[in-house]
Write a protein that binds this ligand. Structure first.
Ligand code: HEC
Length: 462
């Protein structure tokens, strides 16, 4: 636990919400890929070939390989050996791999989890302390296979839309924000989206973010289906993965839609042409989804009130939104800027529904998840594993709490003597969370809660 405010807060919440947590969580330890070799680490000195490579393959090499986004390759022993100390340091502090969810509270099973177990971190530490031995090359697992770095991460894109012309970011100059709308419609028929991904296809180093949305003036369904966030589709920031909706769950891309790319660009010392693109994978034509995916910008209406005094740590902002229908929360994506420190998502339940959750007398609220080491360099969407994705009753209030650190203890603070408020510039700050969710019927809500309660083994807290 890294700082006081959240730790104290967590203790209170854990006491209040203990029984309830058990219902919506599943065991997070040891279920996801554990290198079998790691279990032998206690008796033998870990070696690169036998114990470390499986960890690197699962959690590091997708970025740490030639022409990917990381500065060095971790594919071979010779590539990795010079970085041994740095690897130990970065994994011990959980700065690498970039995964910033607090493992001590809330739901801790995610579809796209690349984080290391405590045991894996210990294996790396022991390997480095023993002089980072190669071991027997015959112990090496076969090389891991990765997609081409220029390839889309979502499977089988059916439609790729690129911004019409490149926008040149000058070598030096202020940041630029703006909307770039495609001149033409991108589809002539209604299509249901299964997965979507946004990225720069040119000049990616000058791109801070790209937020895409559906522009559908003559079809209000696009807006109605997407909650308060208008037609917002998907966001790119450095390191972001695509968005894949659960089977049976879809967003509509109505016939005649254009795509708006809202971009934030910054100068990087040379004139840089930038182009963005969005890729869609659709359900088959004629498909009728069971659930309609919604994207809500939680905090978008309160972050303008950010009021962060100079030289101050743990500046807290709260925001609330009510859910009119029973809902399944599929993912969250915190967004702040350089002073951002932590963010939690809490569910506050309506009194009449408390009993439906608890086996031990009911409770009012629970922390669903926290990010306790927010890192502005990485924007990540955390996707809940299906059997632990929060299923919440109609009338639930979602409560988001953010903390900012505007003191000198924040290493990337430009100037702690400045007051900071909301703004688009990188030196201003923000406090919002993209929330992915879909509504279910009251009947289905009851069924899902009953199903969860009848599988106690999946509900134990780690
Ligand atoms: C999602 C992509 C990604 C993954 C996964 C990832 N890294 Fe990195 N890593 C980066 C990037 C980008 C940087 C450079 C920027 C930074 O330091 O944050 C970096 C930096 C580092 C550094 C610091 C290098 C230096 O200059 O000192 C180390 C060490 C490192 N990573 C180790 C690891 C290890 C070990 C893993 C797996 C356990 C891992 N990384 C997983 C992208 C990744």
């Amino acid at each position: 636990m890294v700082y006081d405010v959240v730790s104290a807060f967590k203790e209170v919440v854990m006491r209040l919400a203990g029984p309830l947590l058990a219902v919506t969580m599943a065991a997070s330890v040891g279920v996801l890929a554990q290198a079998p070799a790691a279990t032998r680490a206690g008796v033998q000195t870990p070696t690169f070939s036998r114990d470390v490579v499986p960890i690197l393959q699962r959690s590091c090499q997708n970025c740490h390989r030639p022409n990917s986004i990381a500065p060095m390759s971790l594919l071979t022993y010779d590539d990795t050996r010079p970085w041994a100390r740095s690897i130990k340091a970065r994994t011990e502090t959980r700065e690498m791999p970039p995964w910033f969810v607090d493992r001590t509270i809330g739901i801790n099973r995610f579809k796209n989890d690349i984080s290391l177990t405590d045991q894996e971190i210990a294996t790396i530490g022991k390997w480095v302390d023993a002089g980072a031995p190669r071991g027997n090359p015959a112990d090496m697992p076969p090389p891991a296979q990765f997609p081409d770095v220029t390839a889309w991460q979502i499977p089988n894109p059916d439609l790729v839309v690129t911004t019409d012309e490149a926008r040149v970011v000058p070598a030096t100059g202020p940041d630029w924000w703006g909307n770039i709308v495609t001149a033409d419609a991108v589809t002539t028929e209604d299509r249901w989206i299964k997965s979507v991904e946004v990225k720069p296809v040119q000049g990616f180093k000058a791109v801070h973010h790209i937020v895409t949305s559906i522009v559908s003036p003559d079809d209000p369904r696009a807006l109605a289906d997407s909650g308060d966030a208008g037609g917002t589709l998907s966001e790119y920031s450095i390191g972001k993965n695509g968005d894949a909706y659960d089977e049976g769950t879809a967003r509509l891309l109505p016939a005649g839609s254009k795509i708006n790319f809202n971009v934030h660009l910054h100068s990087i010392g040379e004139d840089t042409p930038v182009k963005g693109a969005i890729a869609f994978h659709f359900y088959p034509k004629g498909y009728q989804p069971k659930y309609i995916m919604r994207a809500h910008l939680l905090g978008g209406d309160t972050e303008q009130m950010l009021d962060i005094p100079a030289n101050t740590d743990n500046v807290r902002l709260d925001t609330y939104v009510g859910l009119a229908f029973p809902s399944v929360i599929t993912q969250f994506e915190p967004h702040m800027h350089n002073r951002g420190k932590a963010m939690c998502l809490e569910a506050i339940y309506p009194p009449s529904k408390q009993a439906a959750f608890s086996r031990n007398g009911g409770t009012k609220s629970e922390i669903l998840s926290c990010v306790d080491r927010f890192n502005f360099g990485w924007v990540r969407a955390y996707e809940y594993a299906d059997n632990v994705a929060p299923v919440v009753p109609a009338g639930t209030i979602l409560h988001m709490i953010s903390w900012h650190n505007n003191s000198s203890s924040n290493k990337i603070n430009y100037d702690p003597t400045n007051w900071i408020g909301f703004g688009n510039r990188t030196i201003d700050d923000m406090s919002h969370m993209w929330l992915g969710y879909y509504n279910i019927s009251e009947e289905e809500y009851q069924q899902r809660i009953a199903a969860r309660q009848s599988h106690p083994t999946e509900q134990q807290q780690p």
